[in-house]
Write a protein that binds this ligand. Structure first.
Ligand code: GRF
Length: 217
């Protein structure tokens, strides 16, 4: 069973989707540890409620980003983590962490990358007048939201949308695709070829393509 380390700074709704998918055995994985840089983050109490070790690693207490990530690597290793899942973890990773878990760190981002990497992706989609946005699970590399794309879900932008309403519609799709992407890793079906990801198995294309119900007339 693949052991997951989930890093989260905030509410942890994606963490919850992952915990639920593991509990319902829809993915052959278990959350081995949850680590947050924010004291009191809802993500930590969600982990505790699920009986998963919940650790606080505050960033203020370390002299450098490298020192912080060195400590993170040792915590992840001590919990025998195979795959690291960033779920609203609001810190950039250094090569210390990236090289320790090369091609084994996933992130979820609220846009159809490569459009709108970085902060405020939902705001940028609205301001840019996009009619479709969505979310992406990708492998983390040294850039910001630039790594190979595993799964995406498309979400329509509706005429009356605000940043909040669009973000909520996207978040609902994040909760669907993040557990699916983890399942593909846990099943050993992910093949990385440069910037492209290939999914082994007959239903591969169907498993990678989603659209929200509003798009299906
Ligand atoms: C999500 O919007 C995700 O796309 C972004 O951070 C947010 C995390 O939300 N990376 P939650 O903490 O999982 O509720």
């Amino acid at each position: 069973m693949m052991r997951l380390g989930v890093l989260a700074s905030g509410s942890g709704s994606n963490l919850q989707a992952i915990l639920d998918a593991c509990a319902h055995r829809s993915i052959p994985a278990q959350v081995a540890v949850v680590i947050s840089n924010v004291a009191g983050a809802r993500a930590l109490s969600r982990a505790e409620e699920a009986g998963v070790p919940a650790l606080l690693l505050p960033h203020g207490a370390h002299p450098s980003r490298d020192a912080y990530d060195t400590e993170m690597v040792s915590l992840l290793r001590s919990h025998r983590v195979d795959l690291v899942c960033l779920a609203g973890f609001m810190r950039l990773l250094t090569p210390v962490l990236l090289s320790a878990f090369q091609n084994r760190i996933l992130n979820i981002h609220p846009s159809l990358l490569p459009a709108w990497p970085g902060m405020h992706a939902v705001r940028h989609a609205l301001k840019g007048g996009a009619r479709v946005s969505g979310c992406t699970v990708h492998i983390v590399d040294e850039g910001t939201d630039t790594g190979p794309i595993v799964i995406q879900a498309a979400v329509p932008v509706l005429d009356g949308d605000t940043e909040e309403s669009l973000a909520a519609r996207i978040l609902a799709q994040e909760h669907r695709i993040y557990p699916r992407a983890i399942a593909l890793f846990a099943q050993g079906r992910v093949e990385i070829d440069g910037r492209r990801v290939r999914i082994k198995g007959a239903a591969a294309d169907a498993a990678r393509t989603f659209s929200s119900p509003e798009l299906n007339d």
